[in-house]
Design a protein around this ligand. Structure first.
Ligand SMILES: CC(C)(COP(=O)(O)OP(=O)(O)OC[C@H]1O[C@@H](n2cnc3c(N)ncnc32)[C@H](O)[C@@H]1OP(=O)(O)O)[C@@H](O)C(=O)NCCC(=O)NCCS
Length: 150
């Protein structure tokens, strides 16, 4: 199994948006992905296995802080520590350039698997945004989490 983590190329954005829609309850649409690529402070990374895109990670960088905006691993590849690999490798790459101080993210309060992943990586809850997401017609809180990186 040949794994590769790299920046997306623009022609691959539709594939990423389709994968995002398949795995995420709050996916981004193509307009959001295109705006993201046009924003010099945001980056989209993909995880390929044998040249097939099976995961993605979107980050925003503000000075020495990183925010995780979107993350997903294709269903059939979940449970193989690929999200752990993608997050740790991308953060290490960014740390080489900007010396990260903190990493932030928001996760839906009912997304137990993502929350368990982030806790395992050392993230802790710092606040709650009441009713931030609308998922399947229901208002769900966002849990804001932070990792002190240095
Ligand atoms: C959340 C997600 C990215 C995890 O990807 P993954 O590659 O399966 O995660 P990993 O294999 O690296 O898991 C690492 C740890 O996360 C936790 N975890 C991951 N999936 C889990 C699940 N289904 N149930 C409980 N804990 C889970 C576990 O602690 C796991 O460690 P362990 O395997 O030693 O128990 C993936 O399930 C996904 O794409 N979900 C849909 C999209 C999503 O929720 N994105 C995050 C939005 S904030």
């Amino acid at each position: 199994m040949n794994k590769n983590i790299r920046l997306v190329v623009p022609a691959e954005l539709p594939k990423v948006a389709i994968l995002d829609k398949r795995v995420n309850k709050t996916p981004w649409n193509m307009v959001q992905y295109e705006e993201c690529l046009a924003n010099k402070n945001q980056q989209v990374y993909v995880l390929e296995i044998d040249e097939v895109i099976c995961g993605f990670l979107v980050v925003a960088i503000t000075f020495d802080e990183v925010e995780i905006l979107q993350l997903g691993i294709d269903t059939k590849y979940q449970g193989q520590k690929l999200a752990t690999l993608l997050l740790t490798e991308v953060l290490a790459k960014l740390d080489d350039k900007i010396l990260i101080s903190k990493v932030f993210l928001e996760v839906a309060a009912n997304n137990d698997s993502a929350m368990a992943l982030y806790r395992k990586l050392g993230f802790t809850k710092i606040s709650t945004r009441r009713g931030y997401y609308t998922i399947d017609g229901m208002k769900i809180d966002a849990i804001v989490m932070m990792l002190k990186y240095t």
